[in-house]
Design a protein around this ligand. Sequence first.
Ligand code: AMP
Length: 223
Amino acid sequence: MTSVVIILGPPGAGKGTQAVRLAAEFGLPHISTGDLFRENLSNETELGELAKTYMEAGKLVPDEVVIDMLFGRVAQDDCTGGYLLDGFPRTVAQAEALSDRLSEEWTTRTMQLDVPDEVLVDRASGRLLCKGCGNIHHEQFKAPAKEGVCDACEGELYKRADDAAETVKERLEVYHSETKPLIQYYGERGMLDVVDGSRTPDEVYTDLRALLTTSKASEQEVT
Ligand code: AMP
């Protein structure tokens, strides 16, 4: 049985932080569509150019563009045994495209990080990313030992342009209108587990890990 693990949640919920840990522990490739777009942006590819305006405005990149990029990535050899998705799907159309792609031997586990809006703006706007390993620090909640330097790999830390408070608010609005319907989509299919993401990263991780190590009734084959 091969599994797709999906981490759902609003911007700043901790999807990236948790996904990095889960992927390492469960030996799954961590596929973040946001990271793929950022890579394309820094390599100045055509896809990066196309995504740039949407990302800077806090809007979603059009479904067909994201789906093509994601399917290209998960067709690679390292994903044949399963993979962990962070930031995809973000619309019902993306979820349907993924479901259509997966054959019967695949199972899907969807875990929603539930965090109130008021916590999210503070979390996202203080976020610091590592250019080297993708590790995530935070100015207040997880400050690096040495300013501007990643604790894990000593890479350079930077702030995402779309983590500015105004853009985070726009991203939250987009989340509510476009992505939240996925809670119902996966919930109705018995494929959703909800975890309280407002606690410490370690507490959240303990719950996510437990969900992945137990075979739950909610684990459904994607049809
Ligand atoms: P993230 O790093 O997941 O917060 O994504 C950063 C930005 O990339 C988002 O605000 C979108 O502009 C774009 N993006 C990432 N994933 C998707 C997706 N699944 N659908 C549409 N746009 C996406």
